[in-house]
Ligand binder design. Structure first.
Ligand SMILES: [Zn+2]
Length: 307
């Protein structure tokens, strides 16, 4: 397998790639070490889980279905098992919005989360069943989802969670995973201005190859890789804005996380350049439909391996 995005080849003393065991790394951006075998990137130094809350914690927001929520529900319905709708299990359930919007399709909906504010909101306001420890999740899971959560989990915990979940999945169950793509055209072009570049919160950056190897180690094999249209389009537009305005994800924070203090100057700047850059982003995202491995986000479905 060829090198991923690398510029300089390093032979360092850092520990082997926890995904493929590779011992050669390159630096594409300063913050990550990139395995030359599987392309997986791990933060240069980290010791604890990083997390962020993307959704405002209000009932009104939880009930509002955005284009991205519709995409997630569509993927869920595409890969669920129609014969058995027992347990929907969401790894990194955050505000609980995804479970809240899709819980009625299953007999049970369970989340896994550790962020205190998210636990409080999803349990007490949305009345969801959220566990903090993977061991407490029951067997008989029909569908597992992980929407942009795996990149926040340290390597040992990540392997433990996926391995444990795979043993709790029923025979024809499915796991749907969505993570930023470290082998994407967007990352190659925008580097640290990549819309999904989020240090120190993102401990990893996956590639299709590294995600597949990780899942295989944990007893799962791919069923399908899916076009990540809304994520990819947003990524291009936000990346272009980041380069042009020399800020990082201002539009995203402004729209999604209302805690951000707005800047009048940046608001006006965005008002003028967004209409110019948005069509460019759409066009680039359309081009990526012909080369899925280069899309800004990997969305994939896995099933339990039988040997
Ligand atoms: Zn590797």
């Amino acid at each position: 397998m060829g090198k991923f995005n690398g510029e300089t080849s390093l032979n360092t003393n850092i520990k082997p790639c926890f995904i493929c065991g590779g011992t050669h790394f390159t630096k594409f951006t300063n913050q990550y070490n990139q395995c030359t075998n599987c392309g997986h990137e791990t933060l240069d130094s980290y010791c604890e889980q990083g997390f962020i809350l993307n959704d405002p914690l209000t009932l009104e927001d939880a009930k509002r279905t955005t284009g991205l929520d519709a995409f997630k529900s569509r993927v869920l319905m595409q890969f669920n098992s129609p014969s058995d709708m027992n347990i929907l299990f969401d790894i990194g359930s955050a505000s609980g919005k995804f479970l809240f919007l899709n819980q009625n399709k299953y007999r049970h909906a369970i989340g896994l989360e550790i962020t205190p504010e998210a636990l409080e909101f999803s349990r007490n306001t949305l009345h969801l069943n959220i566990e903090e420890n993977i061991e407490d999740v029951p067997t008989g899971i029909t569908t597992v989802t992980a929407w942009h959560s795996l990149e926040h989990i340290p390597d040992d915990a990540l392997i433990n969670i996926i391995k444990t979940v795979s043993k709790k999945m029923s025979a024809d169950s499915r796991m749907i995973v969505s993570v930023p793509n470290g082998a994407s055209r967007q990352y190659k072009w925008f580097r640290s201005a990549f819309a999904y570049f989020d240090t120190p919160n993102h401990l990893h950056q996956f590639t299709e190859s590294s995600l597949t190897i990780l899942m295989s180690k944990c007893g799962l094999e791919p069923v399908a890789f899916i076009d990540s249209w809304p994520y990819n389009t947003f990524g291009y537009i936000q990346g272009l804005l980041n380069i042009t305005t020399r800020t990082h994800n201002y539009l995203y924070y402004r729209l999604k996380r209302r805690s951000l203090k707005p800047s009048m100057a940046l608001d006006v700047l965005h008002l003028f350049i967004l209409p110019l850059l948005a069509p460019v982003g759409w066009f680039l995202a359309i081009l990526d439909l012909f080369d899925r491995k280069k899309q800004g986000v990997i969305t994939a479905c896995f099933k339990v391996k039988y040997t």
